[in-house]
Write a protein that binds this ligand. Structure first.
Ligand SMILES: *[C@@H]1O[C@H](CO)[C@@H](O)[C@H](O)[C@H]1NC(C)=O
Ligand SMILES: *[C@@H]1O[C@H](CO)[C@@H](O)[C@H](O)[C@H]1NC(C)=O
Ligand SMILES: *[C@@H]1O[C@H](CO)[C@@H](O)[C@H](O)[C@H]1NC(C)=O
Length: 617
């Protein structure tokens, strides 16, 4: 129904062709439809076709189109729309000579060699990378005949390479029986893997393709890198091979999205006219994806224009070649330096297992590797501070004139005095002790003196992401008294194997807040690193009430290590708060005394103080 409608509509668009002499046999539409009915690969899409044919056969208006080319175009559009498949095509080709399946003639060996040499290109690139370009995929029969020769001339030269680039950018033809052969050279002998199912419409049969246990010659195996290059001209069987190996996660596809052809396509002569109809007669379905590359094409893992595909592949292989050493180096660094020795040893072992199990085999770039490695390190350790990092070393401390410091300090700290003489101090980062010491007088004058004479204080660390821990003892000391030294924390340093006590300082710049006045610290999930250490100490020694959300659960500031001579860098925490019971706050965060949403924490803290001080008046 739809079909005849479309044909008539197309005719209408072509304009009023008032010529009444029909120049084409009236049965042509019915004959064409019959070919489709009997051969099109997805018969389920042809429901209603029978009715459409009978309607069309009684409506021969379309045949009044005077020239054959236009008629072919109208008919093409008609069938494509009806079946919604762009691969169906009607053509008018008076000079068409049907292709004869190329028989492998019993050529003398020298000639066979010459034929193979023109259709197969082979090279060994720098770094022992094999390069193989095949422009036509041979079928089983041909492969049997030339197999020994292929083995000798091509395959045995590829086998000793350490990686292979398989160039299918120019491969537009092939025989489906060749698929298992090629795929199998990149799989294990056992067990056979179901790689594809091909339904053939004319014979109404489905063939399951399996990887083969027996092959001529040796396999390339399953671990050496394989990259397949594709272009928008990669078509048919070559697409099937790329799709199979991609979805088995055996090959990385680099290049352009492929043509989206058909596993099998045939051209039929329509009765005894010079019209031909091209029909996909078979279709395939991958048991891995439950889907197909037909019509849509194979999407590459790394999409680049076809001309750049080879260079991109070589770049990928260079990175892959470094991976074993990078993983080994990373594992050693972590085992030797990670703050928690047992966890470090465990992470190192498991990381090497991941590598041995091939989880880094499909890496396509340095950033891809960094991302994957980071997430695996964090996953294995449960420590979000153990990760890859760019080598953006923090710049050396700058010398500024005093006015600039004052401005910097003014934006770095926020102070306020609320009702009931409650002080408020917010800062979002801890500084290094030496740097802070140098400007301590300025901080005291412009920040600390604004809040030191209050009756209670709120220290807001909800946006404090940490920084160096060297100034923590000093900052803590302001909240204790001069005459009594307190042990704040013990820090274990893996690199020296020593434990250091963190104590309050006897001398400070400016006045102390002292140990008696109430203190509330505000926290959120973003409160991290040095800020968490401060919160942990003040909670542990009972000096502050913590209000807000559990802190981030990061770690003492990590050290950055370079992995061997590579440009991969790893952040490794090397110091931890020393508790017998395992990590103190690292990884888990510090839980507040009063849990409230971070955004409500300030109001909650003010409420607590106001109730207390307001009640006193
Ligand atoms: C194809 O074969 C199936 C059984 O395998 C059968 O049910 C179906 O009718 C056949 N279709 C045609 C068009 O012969
Ligand atoms: C680590 O990854 C594995 C698998 O990807 C997952 O099952 C496991 O839960 C992850 N572990 C953590 C701590 O995230
Ligand atoms: C913890 O800190 C990391 C790094 O800054 C951040 O990405 C993450 O969102 C924080 N977690 C929470 C719960 O805010």
């Amino acid at each position: 129904m739809a079909w005849s409608f479309l044909l008539v509509a197309s005719l209408f668009i072509l304009g009023d062709i008032g010529v009444s002499h029909a120049s084409f046999p009236p049965t042509i539409i019915v004959d064409m439809a019959k070919i489709i009915m009997d051969n099109y690969c997805s018969p389920e899409k042809l429901t209603g076709m029978k009715e459409a044919i009978s309607a069309a056969s009684s409506n021969t208006d379309v045949l009044k189109i005077p020239d054959a080319e236009s008629l072919a175009n109208v008919l093409s559009a008609g069938v494509q729309n009806t079946v919604s498949d762009p691969r169906l095509k009607v053509s008018f080709e008076p000079n068409y000579v049907p292709e004869v399946a190329p028989q492998m003639p019993p050529l003398p060996p020298e000639q066979l060699v010459a034929v193979l040499q023109t259709s197969i290109k082979l090279d060994i690139l720098e770094g022992n990378i094999g390069y193989l370009r095949i422009d036509h995929i041979l079928g089983e029969e041909a492969a049997d005949k030339v197999g020994p020769l292929l083995l000798e001339l091509v395959w045995n030269k590829i086998l000793p390479t350490s990686a292979l680039i398989f160039d299918l950018r120019y491969t537009g033809s092939g025989d489906a029986t060749g698929i298992p052969y090629i795929v199998s050279y990149f799989t294990q002998a056992e067990p056979p893997i179901h790689i594809d199912s091909i339904y053939d419409r004319p014979s109404n049969t489905t063939t399951k393709l399996f990887s083969m246990s027996k092959l001529l010659g040796e396999r390339y195996g399953v671990t050496k890198p394989l990259i397949i290059l594709t272009s928008r001209n990669t078509k048919g069987i070559a697409e099937d091979i790329a799709y199979c190996l991609k979805n088995m996660r055996r090959a990385t596809i680099v290049g352009e999205k492929t043509a989206g052809g058909s596993v099998k396509i045939n051209k039929f002569k329509v009765s005894d006219t010079d019209f031909y109809i091209t029909v996909p007669t078979a279709k395939c379905r991958s048991p891995i994806t439950g889907s197909t590359w037909e019509v849509t094409g194979v999407t590459p893992n790394v999409e680049v224009v076809a001309e750049d595909a080879l260079a991109t592949a070589i770049k990928i292989l260079k990175i892959r070649a470094q991976i074993p050493a990078i993983i080994e180096g990373t594992a050693t660094l972590i085992a030797d330096n990670y703050a928690f020795e047992n966890i470090g040893a465990d992470v190192a072992t498991k990381l090497k297992v991941l590598q041995a199990n091939g989880v880094y085999n499909m890496i396509v770039s340095k950033s891809d590797l960094e991302e994957k490695l980071s997430s695996d390190l964090q996953n294995l350790s449960g420590d979000k501070s153990l990760k890859t990092t760019s080598n953006a070393q923090s710049p050396p401390p700058m010398e500024y004139p005093p006015e600039v410091y004052i401005d910097l300090i003014k934006v770095s700290f926020t102070t306020e005095v609320f009702e009931n003489n409650i002080g408020y101090l917010r800062f979002d980062m801890f500084g290094d002790f030496e740097e802070v010491k140098a400007i301590a007088q300025i901080i005291v004058e412009h920040v600390w003196n604004k809040v030191v004479n209050t009756d209670a204080m709120i220290v807001d660390l909800r946006n404090n992401i940490g920084g160096p821990t060297t100034a923590i003892a000093g900052f803590c000391s302001y909240f204790f008294d001069e005459d009594k030294e307190i042990v704040l924390d013990k820090l274990y340093d893996r690199s020296s194997g020593t434990t250091t006590e963190l104590r309050t300082l006897p001398e400070l710049t400016g006045a102390r807040y002292g140990s008696k006045k109430s203190l509330i610290i505000l926290t959120s999930g973003a409160t991290a690193g040095a800020a968490e250490e401060f919160v942990y100490i003040m909670k542990k020694v009972g000096r502050a009430m913590i209000v807000g959300a559990t802190t981030n659960g990061s770690s003492h500031p990590p050290k950055t290590f370079r992995v061997g001579e590579t440009d991969i860098f790893i952040d490794i925490p090397t110091i931890h708060s020393d508790t017998i019971a395992g990590p103190a706050w690292e990884g888990a965060g510090v839980a507040p005394h009063i849990p409230v949403r971070a955004e409500d924490a300030l109001e909650a803290a003010k409420g607590i103080f106001n109730k207390h001080f307001g009640g006193q008046k």
